[in-house]
Design a protein around this ligand. Structure first.
Ligand SMILES: C[S@@+](CC[C@H](N)C(=O)[O-])C[C@H]1O[C@@H](n2cnc3c(N)ncnc32)[C@H](O)[C@@H]1O
Length: 303
């Protein structure tokens, strides 16, 4: 039987992880901003505090902590529990497509299912590698920057209406050393992208409807409302996007948009439009695809 630790025994990484897990499990927290369970959430915070890589060897579990390290970790646990601050805001860092991104309260925490499409190079939806790609509503820049890794020769534009968010996106462009082919533009939808054409437009826009927004767990209220809420049915932004996107796509261009739970409302709103709902390994992702031809064919529905 393992010896019960006394007050004077040094605490190990494994012990503090278990403590965090138990605390989180019994504190009615919401997980969904980068992790989906109490153990992973504890690992995220403890590894950050100890400056351990996410793929650290299991042997770190036996590492003994100093009092200063324990204190720093307990402070993080307390902030996570007391203030319901998502872990990624406490660490200033999030992971998307296996890549690290700087994040803070100016942008939402990356979690889009579009990551899975990027990792597969949008197969089979892009028959040829896109040359020009737009990440519309870019926030931290995670989608566009991950696309730049997936398509090594593509020019990528990141756009967002929010100047504060774009500062974070710029930071990430620099961090990933991609300034030569990734740029950031402040724009309300396509307003400042006149005359530009893209082979692929990818967007994770605001799409939460008013009822869902009112009942969201506390963690979401640390994220910018502009990034989440989009009118009564959650589709204010997407309606505008569908009206205008065809003008910004090349001949064989493709539009891919995440609308989450608002997908059903979108199908009801435009019953004749053949939205292709993409499949994901973990179930429904609320992401649709339309080609430029389809957007043109149905443009009257969108007016
Ligand atoms: C759901 S967040 C997505 C951020 C990022 N793409 C991601 O997946 O983490 C939506 C973003 O859309 C931006 N946004 C809201 N309204 C916009 C508009 N009219 N034009 C452009 N961007 C907009 C917000 O500032 C926010 O950064």
């Amino acid at each position: 039987m393992p010896a019960t630790p006394t007050n004077t025994d040094p605490v190990t990484v494994e012990q503090i992880l278990t403590e965090g897990q138990l605390l989180f499990e019994t504190s009615d927290l919401y997980f969904g901003h980068g992790t989906d369970n109490a153990w992973d959430e504890a690992v995220f915070l403890v590894f950050y505090a100890l400056d351990l890589p996410p793929d650290a060897d299991r042997s770190v579990l036996n590492q003994q902590l100093t009092d200063i390290q324990c204190k720093a970790i307990h402070q993080l646990f307390e902030q996570r529990i007391r203030d319901r601050i998502p872990a990624a805001y406490l660490t200033g860092r999030a992971w998307f497509c296996g890549l690290p991104f700087a994040v803070d309260k100016r942008v939402i925490i990356p979690r889009s299912p579009i990551a899975e499409l990027i990792m597969s190079g949008f197969h089979p939806w892009c028959s040829t590698e896109p040359q020009r790609l737009l990440d519309l509503c870019t926030g931290s820049g995670c989608i566009g920057i991950a696309c730049a890794y997936a398509f090594e020769n593509a020019e990528v534009v990141l756009s967002d209406i929010c100047a504060d968010a774009l500062q974070v996106a710029q930071q990430n462009i620099q961090q990933h050393d991609l300034a030569a082919r990734v740029s950031a533009v402040q724009s309300d939808l396509f307003e400042n992208l006149a005359d530009q054409k893209f082979d692929l437009i990818v967007s994770n826009p605001p799409y939460v409807d008013a009822d869902d927004y009112a009942s969201m767990p506390d963690e979401y209220f640390h994220e910018p409302e502009l990034a989440l809420a989009s009118g009564n049915d959650g589709l204010d932004f997407t309606r505008r996007l569908l009206r205008e996107a065809h003008d910004y796509l090349t001949e064989h261009g493709v539009l891919i948009v995440e609308v989450g739970n608002s997908g059903e409302a979108l199908d009801r709103l435009f019953p004749s439009v053949p939205f292709l709902w993409l499949e994901f390994s973990e179930g429904d992702g609320g992401v649709f695809l339309l080609t430029r031809d389809q957007l043109l064919e149905h443009r009257e529905s969108f007016e």
